[in-house]
Design a protein around this ligand. Structure first.
Ligand code: FAD
Ligand code: FES
Length: 262
């Protein structure tokens, strides 16, 4: 098992844009074991009466220096508290957790589809891909579109959509996906974002004969498979046709064909 727990000092913590922040940790024990799509479970220091850890996708790692980076949106008390922590403060990190994405078969074009902070979960896949990826980033508005520069610096073909048309294509990111798959159906699709977006990505891919890899978002407690707070329905061959499995341990990445959305 590659899971580690360490007191990780914050190197830098600051706002990217709007409610989105990036934090860099010193985590040399975790970093060498990280695969794209995995996450860390973070315990905030001196956060009284809030004992539960918070899960965050691992955005980036630097093997040479032991840096581990997370991109997060402030949505509640925990992320608000995280945004207030200064460099030098230690945070208890557990990770890497979850299964992560599988590599694209050689000859396939990798297409990454991300919504909101989901673009943090797919970045390492692009960074480690032997061929440049096509990256489709969707947001409600311009302020929800992140990391385009970071993907472009990797040589990715980045295309953007917003619901209100304030940046890029006006409409859904799945409309961009449809256009890309019409151009080139021999693609591996990797996605992270809100669950309705993931469901739509799975359906578009299915019409092109592609079984997308979806990183599901689910509220978690233990993060290591012990409490069953994070179960999702997965299709099976048993008489019910489905069973519950744990997002934290058996996921968060699932094949679209596995997920029972009912
Ligand atoms: C595998 C995984 C990876 C994640 N990666 C990232 C990431 O890279 N960046 C990032 O910003 N967030 C990420 N999240 C979501 C993040 O864990 C939550 O936003 C965070 O725990 C909220 O903590 P809080 O104390 O600020 O909010 P809380 O006070 O706990 O909740 C505030 C609001 O946020 C909602 N919320 C809480 N958890 C989630 C969740 N998992 N998904 C959607 N809504 C939630 C609550 O329902 C509530 O409405 C990830 C979640 C999972 C399961
Ligand atoms: S969060 Fe406890 S089993 Fe997944």
């Amino acid at each position: 098992m590659s899971r580690r727990q360490e007191q990780a000092a914050i190197r830098a913590n600051g706002r990217l844009q709007g409610e989105y922040f990036r934090v860099d940790f010193d985590a040399p024990g975790i970093v060498p074991h990280v695969r794209p799509g995995q996450f860390v479970h973070l315990q905030l220091p001196a956060f009284e009466h809030r004992v539960l850890r918070r899960p965050f996708s691992i955005f980036d790692v630097d093997l040479a220096t032991g840096r581990l980076s997370v991109v997060y949106k402030v949505v509640g008390e925990g992320t608000q508290r995280l945004s207030s922590l200064d460099a030098g403060v230690c945070v208890d990190l557990m990770g890497p957790l979850g299964n992560g994405y599988s590599d694209a078969p050689s000859g396939n074009r990798p297409v990454l589809v991300a919504g909101g902070y989901g673009c943090a979960a797919t970045y390492l896949f692009a960074k480690r891909s032997p061929v440049p990826c096509t990256v489709l980033i969707g947001g409600r508005t311009e302020g929800d579109v992140l990391l385009t520069d970071a993907y472009e610096a990797l040589g990715c073909d980045v295309r953007v959509s917003t619901d209100d048309g304030s940046l890029g294509h006006k409409g859904l990111v799945t409309e961009l996906l449809e256009a890309v798959l019409v151009e080139e159906s021999n693609s591996t699709v990797v996605a992270c974002g809100p669950n309705p977006m993931l469901r739509a990505v799975g359906m578009v891919c299915e019409t092109h004969g592609i079984d997308a890899q979806l990183s599901l978002d689910h509220v978690m407690c233990c993060g290591v498979g012990a409490c069953f707070a994070c179960v999702v329905k997965i299709k099976t061959d048993n008489e019910d046709g489905w069973e519950y499995i744990r997002t934290c341990k058996d996921g968060p990445v699932f094949r679209a064909s596995q997920v029972n959305w009912d």
